[in-house]
Design a binder for this molecule. Structure first.
Ligand code: F0G
Length: 307
C-alpha cells in the first residue's frame, strides 16, 4: 500500500507491506503453513514452539487445521492479549513460562531433543522457505525491487527470510533492520540478559539467527540500528492516525527506524502484525472515550466538541 503521509514526512517514496492481512494476523503464517505441512509429511503428531505471541498464534492455528497437537511456551504476562486468545481458541496447550523468550527457546530445543515433536520456531528451515515469499510478493506487486526494505528484528528469522527471497529473485535492496533500544543485542554486539520494550513481539535478547541476519544486512549493504519505545509508539500512532493502518507496536519499529535514520529512494516498510493483536497497548496510548447522556445536546457536545 502506498503511504503518502509517511512519504511526505520522510522524504522517501514509502510503501507499506501489510503482513497483518495474513490469516492469523502476522507474517508468521507464511512460514508456519510450510513448517506444519512438513511436520505432517514427516509423521509428527505434535508441534511445539517458544514465542513472544505471534508464532504461538500461528502454530496453534495451523496445528489445529492439520489435526496435530500444539504446545506453545510463552513468557508469562509478556504476550499481547489477542495472541494469547488466538493460541487458546485454536486449542493449543499454552505454557506461561516464568522467564523470557530466550529461556523459552532454549527449553523447547531441549524438549524436542527428548521427544518426537516438531519444532516450528524459525530455526526450522521450512519457516524461512515460507517467509521468503514476502520478498517475491513485494517485487511482483511493485513491478521491481524497492531500494530499501525496513523491517523489525527480534529472533532474526524474518530478516534472514526476506534476504533469501530477494537473492532468489535476483535483486538486492538494502535491508534496514531495527531493534528496540532495550532489546538490541545485534546493534550492541552482545546478548541482552533482560530485554525490555513496549514492543513485546521483539523483546528478545539473544536471537537464534543472529549470524544469518548480520550476513543478510551486510550483503545487502544495509544497516541495523535501534529505536526507542517512544519512537516506536510515535510511529505506531502516526500510522493509525495518518495512514489509516493499525499495526502492532513491534511492526512500527521499522517505520520508527525510517523516521529516525532516513533512507533513499523507494522504501518498503514491513508491518509484521495487525494492531488488533495488542488492544492493551492501543488503548493505553490513545485518547480516552467521551461519555454522553442520550440527549441531542449532550451528544452534540460529546461528538463535535466546541464546534
Ligand atoms: N514483528 C512481529 C509482529 C513479530 O511477532 C516478530 C517476531 C518480529 C517482528 C520479529 O521477527 O523474530 O523473525 O526477527 N515474533 C516471534 C514470535 C519471535 O514468537 O512471535 P523475527
Amino acid at each position: 500500500m502506498p503511504a503518502p503521509a509517511l512519504s511526505e514526512r520522510s522524504g522517501c517514496d514509502v510503501w507499506l507491506k501489510l503482513e497483518g492481512c495474513n490469516p492469523t494476523g502476522s507474517f508468521k503464517d507464511r512460514g508456519m503453513t510450510v513448517a506444519v505441512s512438513a511436520a505432517v509429511g514427516e509423521g509428527a503428531t505434535a508441534v511445539v514452539c517458544a514465542s513472544t505471541g505471534n508464532t504461538a498464534a500461528s502454530a496453534a492455528a495451523y496445528a489445529a487445521r492439520a489435526g496435530l497437537r500444539g504446545a506453545v511456551i510463552v513468557p508469562e504476562g509478556k504476550i499481547a492479549t489477542g495472541k494469547l486468545a488466538q493460541a487458546l481458541v485454536h486449542g493449543a496447550r499454552v505454557v506461561a513460562l516464568r522467564g523470557n523468550f530466550d529461556q523459552a527457546l532454549h527449553l523447547v530445543r531441549e524438549l524436542v531433543d527428548r521427544h518426537p515433536v516438531a519444532l516450528v520456531n524459525s530455526i526450522n528451515p521450512f519457516r524461512i522457505e515460507g517467509q521468503k515469499t514476502g520478498a517475491f510478493e513485494v517485487c511482483d506487486q511493485l513491478g521491481e525491487a524497492p531500494d530499501v526494505l525496513c523491517v523489525p528484528v527480534g529472533n532474526a528469522g524474518n530478516v534472514t527470510a526476506w534476504w533469501k527471497g530477494f537473492v532468489e529473485y535476483q535483486v538486492a535492496p538494502r535491508l534496514h533492520g531495527y531493534q528496540a533500544e532495550g532489546a538490541a543485542p545485534i546493534v550492541r554486539g552482545a546478548p541482552v540478559e533482560n530485554p525490555e520494550t513496549v514492543a513485546s513481539a521483539i523483546r528478545i535478547g539473544n536471537p537464534a539467527r543472529w549470524e544469518e541476519a548480520t550476513d543478510a544486512i551486510t550483503s545487502s549493504r544495509g544497516e541495523i540500528r535501534a529505536v526507542s519505545d517512544a519512537e516506536i509508539l510515535d510511529a505506531y500512532r502516526f500510522l493509525g492516525e495518518r495512514e489509516g493502518v493499525f499495526c502492532e507496536p513491534a511492526s512500527a519499529a521499522g517505520v520508527a527506524g525510517l523516521l529516525r535514520y532516513g533512507a533513499e529512494g523507494r522504501v518498503v516498510c514491513v508491518l509484521t502484525g495487525h494492531g488488533l493483536k495488542d488492544p492493551t497497548t492501543a488503548l493505553a496510548s490513545a485518547a480516552p472515550v467521551v461519555p454522553s447522556e442520550p440527549a441531542i445536546e449532550e451528544v452534540e457536545r460529546a461528538a463535535l466538541g466546541g464546534e
